[in-house]
Ligand binder design. Structure first.
Ligand SMILES: [Zn+2]
Length: 199
């Protein structure tokens, strides 16, 4: 569920009272001001649900039946208003959450890979990136099989690396040797060139 949208609607209801939900025009005007960042289709679907008196219908159904009422009303909205079915469900869940508070009956969803709890809507685990199966149908944590820790492997100590200064010295002497080699090669080239030009 879009929690931003939910919070905006909650704010409107807190400000104007629950009856505002049977006044789509007022809600529309307030959304235009408060919900600029909310996707238009969501706002539109939400307003259509209000126009269809869904707030009252949900209240009539009661908190205990709200999940069933959401499904039923979503099908009606989808059929009568030609709105996207998933969007209808989303806005009606939002409406139910505003009316009844967020229901804790929804199953907790856990990543099937790392076992962390996830919001149901998430398509992938934010911790390990594993895609949630069918929007997360894992109903209890599945932890990675505990593997015995591997025995620590002793790191072989190289003979000339007793400490860092030795290594630095070895490095420096190698560089010196390379420098000498280049110098000797250049001298040979110069000598050969001199002999060639004199001969
Ligand atoms: Zn994970």
């Amino acid at each position: 569920m879009n929690t931003n949208f939910l919070n905006i609607v909650k704010r409107i209801v807190a400000e104007k009272g629950e009856d505002v939900l049977s006044n789509p025009k007022l809600v529309s005007a307030m959304l235009a001001d408060l919900a600029r960042d909310i996707p238009k289709p969501a706002k539109y679907a939400f307003l259509r649900s209000l126009e269809n008196d869904c707030a009252q219908k949900l209240k009539n159904a009661g908190r205990a039946n709200s999940a069933d009422a959401v499904e039923k009303l979503a099908r009606q909205l989808n059929r009568d208003e030609g709105l996207d079915a998933a969007l209808c469900t989303e806005v009606l869940r939002l409406l139910a959450a505003v009316l009844f508070g967020e229901t804790k009956t929804a199953k907790n969803v856990y990543c099937k890979n790392c076992g962390k709890e996830l919001p149901k809507e998430w398509l992938a685990c934010p911790y390990c990136g594993t895609q949630t199966a069918g929007h997360g149908t894992v109903s209890r944590p599945v932890y990675k099989e505990e593997k015995p820790r591997p025995e620590p492997v002793p790191i072989p100590v190289s003979q000339n690396a007793d400490d860092n200064t030795d290594m630095d010295e070895a490095e420096a002497s190698r560089e010196k040797a390379v420098g000498c080699g280049i110098f000797i090669i250049m001298m040979i080239i110069i000598v050969i060139a001199a002999i060639a030009s004199s001969g």
